[in-house]
Ligand binder design. Sequence first.
Ligand code: HEM
Length: 366
Amino acid sequence: MSPFPNVDPIPLPAPVWLFKALHVVTLALHFCAVELLLGGLLVATWLSLRGGPLRLNAASSLARRLPIVMTYVINLGVPPLLFAQVLYGRALYTSSVLIGAWWFAVIPLLMACYWLIYRFNAATERGRSAWWLGALAWLIAGAIARIYSTNMTLMIRPEVWQGMYAASALGAQFPPHDPTLAPRWLFMLSGGLVFAGLWMVWLAGRKQIEADVRGFLSSRGGWLALAGVGAQLAAAHFVFHNQPENVRAGLAANAFYLFAGFGWFGAAALIALTGAWAGLKKPTAPAAGWLAAALGLVAALSFATFRDGLRDVTLLAKGYDVWQRTVVTNWGVVVLFLGLFVAGLVTLGWLISVMLRAKPVSEKVA
Ligand code: HEM
């Protein structure tokens, strides 16, 4: 008997490839925001702990942007959640129910993390060190990431569902040990270092930040991105090599996923080079920051694609073929949706451009 619940009799209103494309793109954007949050919080906390005017100013330049980053984490998390439910609902709903208490806990944890970020920012804006607030917010964000990684690995392990439910239907238990979980979570945490480094190089191009702080952000950010790439490569090694043999072979046999995997390696190598260059040369030109941002986006897109392949290959081996769905495309709705989606992205771009063109106000705090 298949461990997956029956498929919904209502057909998909758009082709599977379209849902998958939208899923990967929006998830990559969510990952960018998550990495900025995890890494930015950690760096701002560390700088705040070390203290001194230069570091407190650098901490504040990150902390004052964290509440905005959090809005993107949440808002860019919703679309991939919807697409994931459409494509993988039978697996994702099951795993979410099995760890239901933890899954629900994300909401209060998120609220606590958000509140602490506001408090942390308010303190650093007054030139005070409030590293404990930042540290607590980071621990909570890390715990949320752990719950996500737990759910996303449990959803591709149908073989343990029955046993878990038989043991307890409360939803408060953790799944049995999975060797891929810890590396997968660490991959996301170490990605935070990479993205925080790239973000610091980007901030170095902002005129409202004092000149000495910009040089500091640029060089420290560059070295951090370089170190982060090293840590992430180690985590990636363990994520891949802890996969079962058939999953590794399936990924290697698929040209598209292979391309995405090598795309990520290429982006990581370029980030490492850019990081070393920024570390040595301390660039404060906006162009350096935009280069860093573009590399981060390519890394997130290629990683999200490869991760998608990992899930599909794993699920296929267990009898779940995401492409096997009845599709009755409602083209009118699809065109309307795509039109609104593009309009939304253009509006977002325009809002960001207005923000960037606004007259800078000095961010000096201490
Ligand atoms: C502080 C808040 C958050 C953090 C730290 C966070 C972190 C993460 C991490 C680490 C993953 C990858 C897990 C893995 O595959 O191992 C992930 C995936 C995901 N997150 Fe977030 N997340 C946050 C908030 C949210 C919110 C609020 C939403 C939705 C409203 C969301 C939606 C998603 C979705 C849909 C996925 C994966 C979907 C898929 O596998 O197809 N996240 N998140």
